[in-house]
Design a protein around this ligand. Structure first.
Ligand code: 6AU
Length: 273
């Protein structure tokens, strides 16, 4: 695994342009924080993105929970991503047959391909979902070129998650098979040791996003389970995702700075800085 290397080193050697950009953003901003901005109006979303923008590497959206999604949502998000140098990750969790997910990704009301650099999917439907999303994003007439990538949801943080064992192994298999489009995983740990039937490419470097990160809570009443930034990074997270720990804090800006600092210190300790 490449988790002992600095983001800069990984940016230099990574074959995927979006992964390089992700590492460059992290290094430039000294932040491995993804804020999960799970608010329900465009105003709240754009307001959070603007206030937290300086302290985060990525903003993660659930665009379908907005009550007022419109052109303004897209324009606003894109402008703030440029202003603050962060990437956008729409947490749509595609999970269907290839023909359906292609339309959900690249067409439809939400126009996800147009504004979201990073998307994620479950491999419950099998290899075809990854193949279908890669095919859309790598088509010669796809307008957003190599500026798009996929994370495979290899594990889940909720109590009793069934995303374990053979499911997690298959996640690694398909990531390896479609590594030109798959950036990495949403998982609770690095997966380089997971048994897989596909051999890793030379210099394989999947990016690990770990969610369920919260400094002041162990979980919620609906089965969410939390760990701290430090423990997530010790287990191999490259980017930590925090939602309520940041946006529902009394002062979200202060909270974002705190997660940024703790995430960065844990990263520096891991790479021996
Ligand atoms: O920090 P929270 O608990 O307020 O929010 C966690 C965010 C939510 C979930 O939809 C998402 O992370 N999530 C995911 C993702 C990112 O795919 C996977 C998972 O296993 N658990 C989880 O909470 O927006």
């Amino acid at each position: 695994s490449k988790s002992q290397l600095t983001y800069s080193a990984r940016a230099t050697s990574h074959p995927n342009p979006l992964a390089r950009r992700l590492f460059e953003v992290a290094e430039a901003k000294k932040s491995n924080v993804t804020v999960s901005a799970d608010v329900t109006t465009t105003k709240e979303l754009l307001d959070l993105a603007d206030r937290l923008g300086p302290y985060i590497a990525v903003i993660k959206t659930h665009i379908d929970i907005l009550s007022d999604f419109s052109e303004e949502t897209i324009t606003g998000l894109k402008a703030l991503a440029a202003k603050h140098n962060f990437l956008i990750f729409e947490d749509r969790k595609f999970i269907d047959i290839g023909n359906t997910v292609q339309k959900q990704y690249h067409q439809g009301t939400l126009r996800i391909s147009e504004w979201s650099h990073i998307i994620n999917c479950s491999v419950l439907p099998g290899e075809g979902i990854v193949e279908a999303l890669a095919q859309t994003a790598q088509a010669p007439d796809f307008p957003y070129g190599s500026d798009r990538g996929l994370l495979i949801l290899a594990e889940m943080t909720s109590k009793g998650s069934l995303a374990t064992g053979a499911y997690t192994s298959a996640s690694v298999d398909y990531a390896r098979k479609y590594h030109s489009f798959v950036l990495g995983f949403v998982s609770t740990r690095a997966l380089s040791e997971v048994e897989s039937s596909v051999a890793p490419a030379d210099g394989e470097d999947f990016v690990v996003f770990t969610t369920g990160v919260n400094l002041s809570s162990k979980g919620d009443k609906l089965g969410q389970q939390y760990q701290t930034p430090q423990s997530a990074i010790d287990r191999g997270a490259d980017f930590i995702i925090a939602g309520r720990g940041i946006y529902a804090a009394p002062d979200p800006v202060e909270a974002a700075k705190q997660y940024q600092q703790q995430g960065w210190e844990a990263y520096l300790a891991r790479v021996g800085g």
